[in-house]
Design a protein around this ligand. Structure first.
Ligand code: JHZ
Length: 403
C-alpha cells in the first residue's frame, strides 16, 4: 500500500509513546465521492492514537494528501453560518491592518471569507485544491517552499489565518517553519481547530477521517508554538464544527496572562491523557453506531420513508463504520453542486440537490452534519416538512413520529 504510511512519532512532541485508542478498520477517504453505485474504492486504515507524553490525539496512518485533496468537493460557502463566522474573523483582522498590509489565508478553499475583506486590505489565499475563487490564490500546499515563494512575490504577511487546516497537516514542523518565514515581525497568526474537549464530551467520532490527522487540545499546541518562538496571545472557544478553539499567536515568548486560568477552567489535562477516557469513547462509539443502524433497520421494517440531509465527510465515516448501505438509506440531499449526482464513498448513497426532492413524501429526515443542525432544520421546516428529524446522536425520535 504505497499511498499510505504509518506514523510512529507524535506530531507535536515527537515522542514514540503512541498507543492505539480507537480503530475504525479500513475506510475509504471520506471526501472521495464516486460516480457509480458499483464503484470499488481503495480503503485505508483509520485508527486513532494517543501520545502518552503530551496528550496529542492523532491518526496512526497518513494517506497521500494528493489523493485526499485533489478533486476536493467541500466548499466553505455551503454554510451561511460558517461564512458569517469566518467573515467576522476576517473583518476583525482587517480592522487592525493598514490597506497596504497583506492578509494570507491558508486553506482558503473557495476564497469566500477572504473575499469579504478584499476591498480593505491586500489578500492572498493558499489552497492546493485549486477551487475557482474570486480572490488571488496560490494553489499549492502550505510549507516552507510555498511560504518562501509567497514572501518573494508578495512580501511578508501581517496576518495569517488558518482555520481547520492544522489537523490536515502531517508535518507540523514544516507548517510552522513556513509561518516563521512568512509572518512579519509584528504579524499575527490566527488558527481554528475542532477542540478535543468537545470531541470527547460529545463523542464526535464522525470527525475521524483520513484528512483529520490531529485532534487538538491546548497543551500539545503550546509545545509546537514554543519550538518556533511563538507565543499564544489568547484562546477563544467557538461553537462551530462541533466546538472549536481559536488561537491567536504572535512572535515572542511568555504566553497569554490568562492561560493558566483558561487551562484550569477548560482543559482537563489528566483526562485528555488517560487511555481510560478513550476506552469510554470507544464504548460510546460502538453503542451509538449500533443505535443508528438499529434505528434505520426499524424504519425499514415499518416501511417508513427516510432520506439523509447533508453529505459531509462525517456522513461517509458514519455510514461506512455502521455498515449502512443503500438498502437502509438510498439518498442524501446536499446543497453542494460538486457533490450532487455523485455517491458517498464506500456505501454509495446517491447525493441529490434540495430542489430535486419533495420532502413531503418522507416521514423521516436524518441530518448528518450535527454542526449545521439549526441551519438545515430551518430549511427543512421552511420547505413544509412535518415529519421527524433524526440525527446521528439522536437516532430514535419515535415520540415525534407523525404518520
Ligand atoms: P461540514 C469540513 O468537514 C471539511 P465536513 C474539512 N475537512 C474540515 O476540516 C472540517 O469541516 C472541520 C451540506 N449542507 O461543514 C454541505 C447542506 O446540504 O459539516 C456539506 O456537504 N445544506 C475542511 O465535510 C455538509 O452539509 C445546508 O444548509 O464534515 C456540511 O459539511 C448546510 C448548512 C450544509 O463539513
Amino acid at each position: 500500500m504505497s499511498n499510505v504510511h504509518e506514523r510512529t512519532t507524535c506530531r507535536a512532541c515527537q515522542s514514540i509513546e503512541l498507543v492505539e485508542i480507537l480503530n475504525l478498520g479500513d475506510q475509504p477517504p471520506a471526501n472521495a465521492y464516486v460516480d457509480s453505485i458499483n464503484a470499488t474504492e481503495q480503503k485505508y486504515p483509520l485508527s486513532l492514537r494517543l501520545c502518552r507524553k503530551c496528550g496529542m490525539v492523532q491518526l496512526g496512518h497518513v494517506v497521500d494528501p494528493s489523493l485526499l485533496f485533489s478533486n476536493y468537493s467541500f466548499r466553505t460557502g455551503s454554510s451561511r453560518r460558517m461564512v458569517e463566522h469566518f467573515s467576522r474573523l476576517m473583518s476583525s483582522l482587517a480592522d487592525e491592518m493598514q490597506p497596504t498590509q497583506l492578509l494570507v489565508e491558508i486553506g482558503a478553499n473557495d476564497g469566500v471569507a477572504l473575499d469579504t475583506v478584499s476591498h480593505r486590505v491586500r489578500v492572498l489565499g493558499v489552497d492546493p485544491a485549486g477551487i475557482p475563487s474570486s480572490v488571488p490564490m496560490v494553489n499549492l500546499p502550505f510549507n516552507c517552499t510555498t511560504a518562501g515563494k509567497i514572501q518573494f512575490e508578495h512580501g511578508k504577511a501581517d496576518a495569517i489565518v488558518a482555520c481547520n487546516v492544522l489537523g490536515h497537516i502531517d508535518n507540523l514542523d514544516e507548517f510552522f517553519i513556513g509561518i516563521d518565514l512568512l509572518l512579519s515581525d509584528k504579524g499575527v497568526l490566527v488558527f481554528e481547530v475542532p477542540y478535543l474537549g468537545e470531541f470527547i464530551d460529545r463523542c464526535e467520532w464522525d470527525q475521524i477521517y483520513h484528512e483529520h490527522l490531529s485532534y487538538f487540545s491546548i497543551r500539545p499546541i503550546l509545545i509546537l508554538l514554543e519550538r518556533y518562538g511563538l507565543r499564544l496571545d489568547r484562546v477563544d472557544r467557538h461553537e462551530v464544527h462541533g466546538g472549536s478553539i481559536r488561537c491567536r499567536v504572535s512572535r515572542g515568548s511568555g504566553h497569554w496572562d490568562n492561560l493558566d486560568r483558561w487551562l484550569e477552567a477548560n482543559e482537563d489535562w489528566r483526562r485528555h491523557t488517560l487511555p481510560s477516557t478513550y476506552a469510554r469513547l470507544e464504548r460510546s462509539v460502538r453503542i451509538v453506531g449500533g443505535n443508528i443502524r438499529s434505528a434505520l433497520l426499524q424504519l425499514q421494517e415499518e416501511v417508513q420513508p427516510v432520506i439523509g440531509y447533508g453529505a459531509p465527510a462525517k456522513a461517509t465515516v458514519l455510514l461506512n463504520a455502521c455498515n449502512i448501505g443503500t438498502d437502509l438509506l438510498d439518498k442524501i440531499i446536499d446543497c453542494t453542486p460538486q457533490k450532487q449526482g455523485r455517491r458517498v464513498p464506500g456505501t454509495h448513497q446517491e447525493i441529490v440537490s434540495p430542489e430535486s426532492v419533495d420532502l413531503s413524501r418522507y416521514n423521516f429526515v436524518m441530518i448528518f452534519p450535527e454542526n449545521h443542525y439549526e441551519e438545515i432544520e430551518s430549511k427543512i421546516r421552511a420547505s413544509g416538512f412535518t415529519g421527524s428529524i433524526i440525527t446521528s446522536r439522536k437516532p430514535f425520535a419515535r415520540s415525534l413520529v407523525k404518520v
